[in-house]
Unconditional design. Sequence first.
Length: 123
Amino acid sequence: MSVVLYVEDDPVNGLLMQGIVELRSGCQLHIARNGAEARRWLSDRTVDLLLCDLRLPDVAGDALLGELRAAGLAAAVPAVLVTAESEDTAATLARRSGFDGYWTKPLDVPATLRSLERWLGKH
């Protein structure tokens, strides 16, 4: 079972991602509503993929990735920035912040599912 953590404060975006993840068998999604919840959740669990919104209520998503890596999130765990920023801005932020990739909102469901499969294909 692949475990995906999505750090996202918007419930509608969380529901959309849940629907996308449910289309892939053998995959479980957990949603953290802010950075503090993500830190707590990861303190005693491992994940196969981290998805992180850019604009969270308590921390910027690009800063959160660095905090999570410093706290023990393995470098081998891919991290994808999920943002409503433009594609150019998302690409720059993702590269600068150490994300392995990015998805822009609104999500293209088939493309997101293909990308999810690529990131989790080894699991």
